[in-house]
Write a protein that binds this ligand. Sequence first.
Ligand code: BTN
Length: 221
Amino acid sequence: MGGYKVFSFDKIQSTQDYAYDMIANGTARDHCVVTALAQSAGRGRYRRKWVSHHGNLYASFIFDSPERDPRLSYAVAVAIAETLITFGIHPTIKWPNDILISGKKISGVLIEYAGRFVIVGIGINVHTNPTVAEYETTRTDKYTRADVAEIFSVLTKNLDKWMNAKFDSVRDVWMKLAIGINAPVKYRGEIVELIGINDSGALVVRRGSEYLWIHGDEIMM
Ligand code: BTN
């Protein structure tokens, strides 16, 4: 895998936790990636579980990151979306980086910072999709014969491409694929209009005649 050092497992507790351990014990390097076909304790955003049956793509990429960068989340979303497009699947993006097909979630991203690294955890449903109370899900094998290895290979290249791209081009693609632009969203209990993202990766919403820049996970769509 060009430029990546891959640590692959059939089943593991969580690729994200394994990546954390590598950072903690000093074995992590930029472009290490931990992969598994199943996880016994996969983790999602907001401390949710990421149900991780056998046959999907579960990967945690470790990158050097001396500082936090809110733009990273969009580059990762665009990299996943473009990967699916390569296989003839047409995704949309739900802020900031949920990937949907016909409104059903096919992929999620968990970005966590640890020491001088960032861990980009990506789950893509390939051969199974869990039943989740909060939203509908789907999987790639309904649309393509590509297997986990093929999808992973394209994904690694796209991550490098989009993480190194100018943010203007990341934002252009993200805005084209994003759902809910110009639609109402809930922010701190109020309904505001989702406008887009600015140069530094903040979400821009409109409240009456006022434009607000929001960092973090405060928007409910
Ligand atoms: C989300 O809640 O949408 C984010 C899900 C992220 C899941 C991935 S699967 C690989 C990595 N290992 C984990 O335990 N979680 C992330």
